[in-house]
Design a protein around this ligand. Structure first.
Ligand SMILES: *Cc1c(COP(=O)(O)O)cnc(C)c1O
Length: 358
């Protein structure tokens, strides 16, 4: 730290992204990306846009927002594009957190970072014994509420009715529903943005549309909330979505069904993988996302992480107290998951042998 840093940032702990290995040939199941590369038409659209990269991009993302509005069934005034959903989440904390913020104790790690960055009073709400969110805990809090649905890293989802209850009892606070993983099986609350002016839904193309590296996310809400977010956006970086990414997003919306079919395929592999892991004695909350959060009575999370890493498979381990027994495994292709299950079997055998020797 230099002596020049504003004192408001002393002690700030930054978000630590999952490892992005360079060079090594690993089966990468640690950051919930799509295992499928972008389609040819998306790559061609990006290459064509690169030809015009000497000019500024459209600061309003007009064409992209038109496609988004059509896809999500909302008006143009109800949607904004962002540099990943991390950016819209950041702006939401900045814009709507004056009375404080509430989020679950186990959720996306960036929420606590944003709360600290903007100096917000944070109410951290524990999960229930099944690692679920109890919607009753969020009723009438009268502060910004941020929930990932499905939640990460648990994969558990709330129903539309449960979220509606939270919206109804917090009419004077914004409720953000982070739908990063909704395309893998949970129900969206985008239609409720027409009924509740305090609902902001965030979406990302990182997990379900094979564009994590392009950085593209959306905010969907009432026109007034969108106007507020646009004020922050235009006061920060009006060219927040670059021209290659805007073109990629347009092309990806044009073949949205391809992405949705891939999500359904990933969900089917998730369910098969969950069954096989349960047969091996793993426990896990029921996941509606593109990952499984698993633990085994006889092997710790760190040991599983290290054993898989030795076998060329990268997963995520959180060294935090309530989570250290678990690993989070992103769902890859059928072949990748086959390799993961086999490697896991080996680790369990090794562990059983080591225990018998003790
Ligand atoms: C991955 C993730 C994000 C971030 O998405 P980007 O669009 O890549 O910034 C947001 N929320 C949750 C819950 C996530 O898991």
């Amino acid at each position: 730290m230099s002596r020049f840093l504003h004192t408001r940032y002393t002690g700030l702990k930054a978000y630590v992204p999952g490892e992005q290995p360079k060079g090594e040939r690993l089966i990468k199941l640690n950051t919930n990306e799509s295992p499928f590369p972008p389609s040819m038409s998306v790559k061609e659209a990006m290459a064509a846009a690169a030809m015009g990269a000497h000019l500024y991009c459209d600061p309003e993302c007009r064409l992209l927002r038109e496609k988004a509005a059509q896809c999500y069934g909302v008006g143009l005034e109800n949607v904004l594009a962002f540099n990943g959903s991390d950016e819209v989440l950041s702006f939401a904390f900045m814009a709507f957190g004056e009375k404080g913020v509430a989020y679950p104790s186990v959720s996306y790690g960036f929420y606590s970072v944003f709360a600290a960055l903007y100096g917000l009073d944070a109410k951290v709400v524990p999960l229930d014994a099944q690692m679920g969110i109890n919607p009753g805990d969020y009723e009438g809090l009268n502060r910004l509420i941020v929930l990932a649905n499905p939640n990460a890293p648990t994969g558990r989802a709330l129903s539309v009715e449960e979220i509606e209850g939270i919206l109804q009892t917090n009419p004077e606070a914004v409720v953000v529903i982070d739908e990063a993983y909704v395309d893998f099986g949970a129900d969206t609350v985008i239609p409720l943005t027409k009924v509740y002016d305090n609902l902001l839904v965030t979406r990302t193309f990182s997990k379900s549309h094979s564009l994590a590296g392009a950085r593209l996310g959306f905010g969907i809400a009432s026109a007034a909330l969108i106007e507020d977010l646009n004020l922050i956006r235009c006061s920060t970086n009006p060219y927040n979505v670059n021209s290659m990414t805007q073109a990629a997003g347009v092309a990806a919306f044009d073949e949205n069904e391809v992405s949705m079919n891939r999500c359904r395929a990933v969900a089917a592999v998730r369910d098969q993988t969950a069954e096989r892991l349960k047969e091996l004695g793993f426990e896990m909350p029921p996941s509606l996302a593109n990952f499984l959060f698993i633990r085994h009575a006889s092997v710790g999370g760190q040991r599983l992480y290290a054993g898989l890493r030795e076998r060329g498979i990268l997963v995520r381990h959180f060294a935090t107290p309530g989570l250290k027994d678990y690993i989070r495994v992103s769902i890859g292709t059928e072949g990748q998951m086959e390799a993961m299950v086999r490697a896991t079997e080996e680790i369990l055998q090794e562990e059983a042998y080591a225990q018998s020797e003790r």
